[in-house]
Design a protein around this ligand. Structure first.
Ligand SMILES: [Zn+2]
Length: 336
């Protein structure tokens, strides 16, 4: 696996990574402090792939970038619904009166997250955190109010054009084929162009960090790790010299190696959990098994979700049993 010698694009600037393919970076106010976005040149304009968070800073950077492109924006493609990807999709499509291209599940899930609970009880959220073993004061903090998703996402357009497995976008005579990955999000679209030998992998495949595979309160019994491990291997069938353009960190070559590293990583995490569960254990006590670094409130939430996805995978495989303790926490025990 190696990283081609491509200069990091400065804020408001781009790096050309393939003919008609530009790499742009936008800042994120998190530990992971940037997102990579891409521009695809068509004969009559530009497609934007992923948009950045819905903040005034990102809007200003887009204005700066788009102002310097010599052709108009003709479409906005969103790989998946996470706020750093879909954040400005509404703003961009409205401003330039262009379509939004996204898969069906990602689209409707984004719409529902923006709409919020609409008066429905937050009890499932509370039970989810209670079962994980979070203390009551943390549960209260995490489930009371907060604008969440809608605070960093401009209104999601009320119409879209659907990306589906195997469907193609024709851009400047190049065919970009949609490859769906699941697990990090429900129906994540990656784009592969055989002619250019380029894969836009979004968050499905990242170098040096592993995409978060979580189980959340909306579907607490979900098996997202299975979804992920089922949809990852097909990417290893792409040509070995495919240039992979991920949504975080740097473009790289070596997809076979990265896919097998990711698969091995999760199997190793599963093995460690199974070993730790020789003693009945709850999610909070298992976090240090998976995460060696200090966790803050935000990263702890992702860590709980990631831990649950691995535990649900082992439950579905019949390798663990789960019971609810008198303290209302789930306890997991390996079957030996
Ligand atoms: Zn994501």
């Amino acid at each position: 696996m190696h990283y081609p010698d491509l200069p990091l694009p400065d804020e408001g600037n781009w790096t050309v990574v393939a003919p008609g393919v530009y790499w742009v970076r936008m800042p994120l106010p998190f530990e992971l402090d940037h997102i990579n976005l891409y521009l695809l040149e068509d004969s009559n304009g530009w497609y934007i792939v992923d948009t950045g968070l819905g903040t005034s800073k990102t809007k200003a950077l887009w204005d700066q970038i788009i102002g310097r492109l010599e052709k108009p924006v003709v479409g906005v493609v969103v790989t998946h619904l996470h706020p750093d990807h879909i954040g400005l999709a509404g703003w961009l499509t409205e401003k330039y009166r262009v379509p939004l291209y996204i898969s069906q599940l990602e689209y409707f899930m984004a719409r529902s997250l923006v709409a919020g609970r609409n008066g429905a009880s937050s009890l499932p959220d509370k039970i989810y955190f209670e079962r994980a073993g979070l203390p009551p004061e943390h549960i209260e903090m995490l489930t009371s109010g907060g604008k969440g998703f809608g605070s960093v996402v401009t209104p999601v357009p009320v119409a879209y054009q659907r990306l589906r497995q195997g469907s193609c976008l024709s851009i400047n005579g190049n065919t970009w084929k949609v490859m769906i990955g699941r697990g990090h999000s429900p129906e994540h679209a990656c784009l592969y162009c055989e002619k250019l030998n380029v894969l836009i992998s979004g968050d499905h495949i990242l170098p040096s960090i592993t995409p978060n595979i979580g189980v959340y309160s909306t579907e607490p019994e979900g098996n997202t790790l299975k979804d992920y491990l089922d949809t990852l291997p097909v990417f290893a069938e792409l040509p070995p010299d495919t240039l992979v353009l991920p949504a975080h960190k740097q473009p790289f070559i070596g997809i076979q190696q990265r896919v097998s590293e990711l698969i091995n990583h999760h199997h190793e995490q599963l093995r460690c959990l199974l070993e730790a569960c020789e003693i009945p254990s709850c999610v909070m006590s298992l976090l240090p098994v998976l995460f060696k670094r200090e966790l803050n409130v935000r990263t702890q939430m992702f860590a709980i979700a990631e831990c649950m996805s691995h535990l649900n995978y082992l439950l579905a495989e019949g390798k663990l049993t789960r019971s609810v303790g008198e303290d209302n926490k789930y306890y997991y025990k390996s079957r030996v």
